[in-house]
Design a binder for this molecule. Structure first.
Ligand code: DKA
Length: 136
C-alpha cells in the first residue's frame, strides 16, 4: 500500500523538544546530545508491518511494529514503553505508556504529511513539541 508517510526525511525545525524531553524525564546530559541531533528518519511499511529507523550520531534506533498491536518499545533514552501505533486518516499515532517510580506516564507522538513535509507532534501533558521534516 502506498502511503505518503513513506520515505527518507531530514529534520528542518524543532520547537519545544527540550521541554518535551525534560517533562518525559530525559536527563540533562542526554537532552544536550539529543537536542542537537538532526536525524534522518526512514519509515517503511509492508501492509500492517511498519518500521521507523532513526540514524544519528547520538543513537540509531529501529522501531518495528504491527499497526494496532501492543508491543514493548525501548526508546532512545531507555524508557520501556507499552506502545500501540495506529493509522488514522493519514496520521500515524504512537501512544506510549510507561512507569516512572510507580506512576503511570503517557505520551502521544503523531506524524502526518502536510504540503510534502512530515509534521511530528509530541505531546506529554500540556507540553507540545513540533518537529518538521523535509523529504531528503
Ligand atoms: C521525532 O520523531 C521525535 C520522536 C520523539 C523522541 C523522544 C525521545 C527522545 C529521547 C532522546 O522527531
Amino acid at each position: 500500500m502506498a502511503n505518503e508517510l513513506l520515505g527518507t526525511w531530514k529534520l528542518v525545525s524543532s520547537d519545544q523538544f527540550d521541554d518535551y524531553m525534560k517533562d518525559i524525564g530525559v536527563c540533562f546530559a542526554t537532552r544536550k546530545l539529543a537536542v542537537s541531533l538532526k536525524p534522518d528518519v526512514i519509515r517503511g511499511n509492508d501492509g500492517n508491518k511498519w518500521n521507523i529507523k532513526t540514524e544519528s550520531t547520538f543513537k540509531n534506533t529501529d522501531l518495528c511494529f504491527v499497526l494496532n498491536e501492543l508491543f514493548e518499545e525501548t526508546t532512545a533514552d531507555g524508557r520501556k514503553c507499552q506502545t500501540t501505533i495506529t493509522l488514522d486518516g493519514g496520521k500515524l499515532i504512537q501512544h506510549q505508556k510507561w512507569d516512572e517510580k510507580g506512576e503511570e506516564k503517557e505520551s502521544t507522538i503523531t506524524r502526518e504529511v502536510q504540503n510534502n513535509q512530515l509534521i511530528t507532534i509530541c505531546i506529554f501533558g500540556d507540553t507540545k513539541c513540533r518537529r518538521v521534516y523535509d523529504r531528503k
